[in-house]
Design a protein around this ligand. Structure first.
Ligand code: NAP
Length: 310
């Protein structure tokens, strides 16, 4: 089997899987390269309640359904295959994963984003011992425990509500006095008797020992006062950063590191398309990622057909 493809998609989140479905269904020999496991942010989201037609489904269930459907049309998916370098100006484009090279007539970058770290003392040391970035993965370890969630966006509030299924108490620590989370998620969190919010406050350090987290040191942003807040676990949701490191400046990005595209998902390089959270999009949702993927793949089909007719 040759490692040359009509279309290579980087990333197997909803954007990449949707691109894979459209490209393979459009008769392109298509490969998805995924640095981890299939699903992207879907894998770490308990319930997706705003993907039309998929009510009461978890992120992993939607991811599995998308993967099965995409593979049904012949799309190959290789997991644990992180892209380390890319030569997008050659034709075919060269994509390097460690010591392997793949060739592609067209590329869809759907590499998504990864959670940010707080960068405070104790965060790295207590990783896996009470510090987590994934409520779906780790929530069940905290039955009847006292948890802290850091952040004020939809992820913090939504996953904070999810954690009340296990924890005795979930306290949200937010650096300002208003949340940026979707209103419906805020209301649900606030109404839950197991939740509380500490406003205008940042986490200065996460404290613990060999056995795990014991407290966080908090600082009130208005008074400057510091205090110790006892807890058994800390879930951090302070935003996402786009995964573009492997591009090494070859594709134009904006000031926040996201890839610049036009309405056809085209980047500044012909034959290179972009989809999902890694793009400069105003809405980061599974449904918009899937929409981006379908459009990017459709444009890739047109690009490959034009290439073959010359
Ligand atoms: P986000 O919207 O960027 O929110 C990050 C939060 O972390 C903000 O409240 C921010 O505070 C806070 N923060 C950032 N750096 C911090 C620091 N160093 N210390 C303390 N707090 C810090 O990220 P997100 O919640 O992960 O959401 C990402 C995207 O996914 C968004 O577009 C969101 O709408 C979407 N999303 C949607 C859903 C849904 O529709 N159900 C669910 C999850 C996520 P400030 O507010 O002060 O900046």
């Amino acid at each position: 089997m040759t490692n040359e493809y009509d279309c290579i998609i980087i990333g197997a989140g909803p954007a990449g899987l949707s691109a894979g479905l459209y490209a393979s269904r459009g008769n392109l020999k298509t490969l998805i390269l995924e640095k981890g496991i299939v699903g992207g942010q879907l894998q770490v989201t308990h319930e997706i309640e705003n993907y039309p037609g998929m009510d009461h489904m978890t992120g992993p269930q939607i991811s599995d359904a998308m993967e099965t459907q995409t593979k049904r049309f012949g799309c190959e998916v290789i997991t644990n295959e992180g892209v380390t370098a890319i030569d997008l100006k050659s034709q075919p484009k060269k994509i390097t994963c460690g010591n392997k090279t793949y060739l592609a007539k067209s590329v869809v970058i759907a590499s998504g984003s990864d959670h940010n770290h707080l960068g405070v003392p104790g965060e790295e040391e207590l990783g896996g011992k009470g510090v987590s970035y994934c409520a779906v993965c780790d929530g069940a370890f905290f039955k009847e425990k006292n948890l802290v969630v850091v952040g004020g966006g939809s992820s913090a509030v939504e996953e904070g509500s999810f954690l009340t299924k296990f924890a005795s108490k979930v306290t949200l620590i937010h650096r300002r006095n208003s949340l940026r989370a979707e209103r419906i998620l805020q209301d649900r969190f606030m109404k839950n008797p197991k939740t509380d919010v500490i406003w205008d406050t940042v986490v200065e350090s996460i404290n613990g020992d060999m056995l795990g987290v014991t407290s966080v040191t908090l600082k009130n942003m208005k008074t400057g006062e510091t205090s110790d807040f006892p807890c058994d676990g800390v879930f951090i949701y302070v935003g996402l950063s786009p995964n573009t490191q492997f591009l090494d400046g070859s594709v134009k990005i904006d000031g926040s590191g996201k890839i610049i595209s036009n309405e056809k998902m085209e980047t500044n390089i012909p034959g290179i398309f972009v989809a999902g959270d890694v793009r400069n999009t105003p809405l980061k949702q599974a449904v918009t990622a899937a929409s981006d993927g379908s459009l990017a793949a459709t444009m890739a089909i047109g690009f490959v057909e034009a290439l073959e007719s010359t």
